[in-house]
Design a protein around this ligand. Structure first.
Ligand code: NAD
Length: 264
């Protein structure tokens, strides 16, 4: 515990349960003294998110379906009733029809392409626009991406294309908002077993491959991601914007199977 985030207020979007990357980030921020608000999608998740938020001292738990502009408006209206400003926002949201997270990318349907881009890419732009309007004293915006944006990963398919667009949007928004002291960054996390990840074909194999072949010879945890998020969301990251920070046990530097890695 430290006071890196004392006096800072942040909105965390995308908490589903205690396996969520959003949870690792929220805990790191709360431990560092941040005051938090949460948004969740759908009534079914409210009963999971309420106690998690309460355990971090937050009673601001608001619904938001990011596929609807009026739902995002309602979220920021409600947040504005509670807080007169905002220091950071975490967007830990992605979605694609899991029937297309296997097989060939070339078979992606137009409908699922648009849905994946809408929820996994445009929603961050839409959220940052509204969040930045509340960030009078500067701020920090963070989203989550994956290496499948940069290289072809098995089964990631349309999500890889969406994450590439998400990373490009981070760079454009960094330029748009930099003059207002608002930073926009992404963390490219290694594979972590979460609800969203369970939709990806052969995910266990991908986890095992990363564990055996990453320089640190392990997978990352939501605590690893939380600590790096703390850097980008706090004043430690004051000189960093438009960045995609890899928190993947170093996997992104690897060009070939490790000589000591057994066959899997
Ligand atoms: P998760 O299932 O815990 O979180 C995904 C969240 O997205 C859920 O809370 C879900 O409610 C939310 N969501 C989906 N559609 C939504 C909508 N229309 N409106 C509002 N919320 C919606 O899984 P996670 O792995 O923690 O995912 C968080 C982010 O991290 C995602 O962007 C994911 O792509 C990214 N990521 C995950 C991994 C991994 O291996 N788990 C690796 C790199 C990046």
């Amino acid at each position: 515990s430290n006071d890196l985030m004392a006096g800072k207020r942040g909105l965390v979007m995308g908490l589903a349960n205690d396996k969520s990357i959003a949870w690792g980030i929220a805990r790191a921020c709360a431990d560092a003294g941040a005051e938090l608000a949460f948004s969740y999608q759908g009534e079914a998740l409210k009963k999971r998110v309420d106690p998690l938020a309460a355990s971090l001292g937050s009673d601001i738990v608001l619904p938001c379906d990011v596929s609807q502009e009026d739902s995002i408006d309602a979220l920021f209206d409600a947040l504005g009733q509670r807080w007169d400003g905002l220091d950071f926002v975490v967007h830990a949201i992605g979605f694609s029809d899991k029937s297309e997270l296997r097989g060939r990318y070339v078979d992606t349907s137009r409908q699922n392409f648009l849905t994946s881009m809408d929820i996994s890419v445009y929603s961050f732009t839409s959220v940052v626009r509204r969040a930045s309007a509340m960030m009078g004293a500067g701020g920090s915006c963070l989203t989550l991406t994956y290496y499948g944006a940069e290289r072809v990963m098995p089964h990631y398919n349309v999500m890889g294309v969406a994450k590439a667009a998400l990373e490009a949007s981070v760079r454009y928004m960094a330029e748009d908002l930099g003059r207002d002291g608002i930073r926009v960054n992404a963390i490219s996390a290694g594979p972590i077993k979460t609800l969203a990840a369970s939709g990806i074909g052969d995910f266990r194999y991908i986890m095992k491959w990363n564990e055996l072949n990453s320089p640190l010879r392990r997978n990352v945890t939501i605590e690893d991601v939380g600590r790096s998020a703390l850097y980008l969301l706090s004043d430690l990251g004051s000189g960093t914007t438009g960045e995609v920070l890899h928190v993947d046990a170093g996997y992104h530097v690897v060009g070939m199977k490790a000589p000591d890695a057994p066959d899997i």
